[in-house]
Design a protein around this ligand. Structure first.
Ligand code: DX5
Ligand code: ZN
Length: 208
């Protein structure tokens, strides 16, 4: 399966956001956008009014780390999201939220916090484009990769899930290799890419 790289702009320079995105875009397949509300996770990032100003030809994957995501889906679609990923832990009726995203005309995905097992989402796998496995506790960039999350990747593939299996948190050349070998095809990386001296080389090293 072709490996896709999505830089997480959480580690970009927000004062030069579009420049940072333009610099990295030639080497990547998607842009990963982290929305945090200070409730679902202990940090606040940005919302739809900021995303609306992002200029890129790459698909925008919006990772919603917020409570009550159903209330904000339309805002994120209007802001330019091509795929919206919600946390299973934040949805009372996950199927309904996913259907809402699909009805709004964009792709959908589900993310799992480290403590949440894959079994929680088995009955929605056929309706989603991506499973995003958190390989750190969501909330901050620059944390250490949790290797004990790797079996979740294999579990999803063994179950026959053919969509994107993404990993998010602590991804670098070494941990990317572990994830690819387990069956992940979408690698999200924030600090590893944006803190590197050579963007092209950093992204290439994630592909192996
Ligand atoms: C964490 C975010 C990640 C984060 C990854 O809650 O969802 O996307 O930006 O950052 P790194 O790659 O630095 O771990
Ligand atoms: Zn993320």
């Amino acid at each position: 399966m072709e490996v896709k790289i999505a830089p997480s702009i959480l580690s970009a320079d927000f004062g030069r956001l579009n420049e940072n995105i333009a610099e990295v875009s030639p080497y990547c397949e998607m842009i990963h956008v982290d929305v945090m509300d200070g409730h679902f996770v202990p940090n606040i990032s940005f919302g739809a009014p900021v995303i609306k100003w992002i200029k890129t030809d790459l698909p925008l994957n919006t990772h919603l780390m917020i409570e009550n995501p159903d209330k904000y889906i339309d805002d994120f679609v209007k802001a330019g999201s091509d795929r919206i990923i919600v946390h299973v832990e934040a949805c009372e009726d996950l199927k309904a939220v996913l259907q809402q995203i699909k009805d709004a005309g964009v792709e959908c995905g589900v993310s799992l916090k480290p403590a949440t097992p894959v079994s929680e989402i088995k009955d929605v796998l056929e309706m989603i484009d991506e499973v995003l496995i958190m390989t750190v506790e969501p909330g901050f960039g620059g944390q250490e990769f949790m290797e004990e999350m790797v079996p979740k990747i294999k579990e999803l593939r063994d179950f026959g899930f053919a969509g994107d299996v993404g990993v998010d948190g602590g991804i670098n050349a070494e941990t990317a290799k572990i994830c690819r070998e387990a069956g992940a095809n979408l690698l999200i990386a924030g600090s590893y890419i944006f803190k590197s001296e050579d963007l092209e080389k950093a992204v290439a090293s994630l592909r192996g």
